[in-house]
Design a protein around this ligand. Sequence first.
Ligand code: TYM
Length: 328
Amino acid sequence: MEIVVSGIRSTGQLHLGNYFGAVKNFVRMQQEHQCYFFIANYHALTTHPNPQDLRASVRQVLVEYLACGINPEQAMVYLQSDIREIPELYMLLNMHAYLGELEKVASFKDKVRKQPNNVNAGLLTYPVLMTADVLIHKATKVPVGKDQEQHLEMARNFVNRFNHFYGVDVFPEPYPFNFGEALVKVPGLDGSGKMGKSEGGGNAIYLSEDPASIHKKIMRAVTDTGPTEPNSPVSEPIANLFSLLKLVSPPDTLVHYEAAYADCSIRYGDLKKQLSADVLSFLAPLQERIKEIDSNEAYIQKVMREGAEKASISAAATLKEVRQIMGF
Ligand code: TYM
């Protein structure tokens, strides 16, 4: 049995990228390993949400975690901000994190481009906080999507630097994990890149989104002018729609549309209608469970309280050890 840690920023609702890149694997891992799944509400602060929105998003993500099948009897489910040891470990690790390496992180450079008026120190040290989340429980496996690969590579650098500097073997190296398969990158609807909340309005499909709104978004997804000769190469927007079909539709559906593309008989309108119908039937039972759990405030409170209590035990043990090693 290995130790697993993973988290999701509480920046609103979960989308299909979060689900297929991460949460689906949480559900599978909790049966085999000691799992810590948390809501990264400190990480969410880098974009300055107002306090009411932050509170509502945290609750929403927790409800959606549970609706997706994360079982608090099997896994520890908690809020990052409930584990006091995490920010302390983050502060300690920051002493061994260098400006040069932090400035080179792709997600940081991306934020500098996208939000030039809010390049705060929390953004810069984002990978250090993420490392603290993982190391506080000495996890070795981290189920995440492809976009988090570089952050985990940094986490391994911090581990090795710390162990080497203090001449200890206190932290194991954490690796991204996807059951032996390549890490997932779920595409968005805008024709390029990943599905993500920060990629702009119509790009992401949310688990709790109203069916009419999902249908509209999918019907508006970016396409191209269509194949002009048999077996022409598939452009990125169309490959993205095929990738989404692959996630939510029965295998023959994908085969059917790929064949229609290859022989130029494809009609993108039909493809989108099919994708919309399959996304909606995939989400329908999930949306039911979200509603059910959402109405049970006592249960939500209990999960948060008990998760924090349980996750604090290993966090306290790790921090005690680290403080001793560092000379406190
Ligand atoms: P976040 O909140 O951006 O995303 C949460 C998880 O969803 C995955 N994901 C995707 N996977 C595939 N395709 C996509 N389009 C897609 N969009 C999102 C992400 O890979 C991630 O697994 N820094 C993290 C949160 C975090 C964390 C941690 C994760 C904080 N501390 C410690 C693991 C361990 C983040 O911002 O993820």
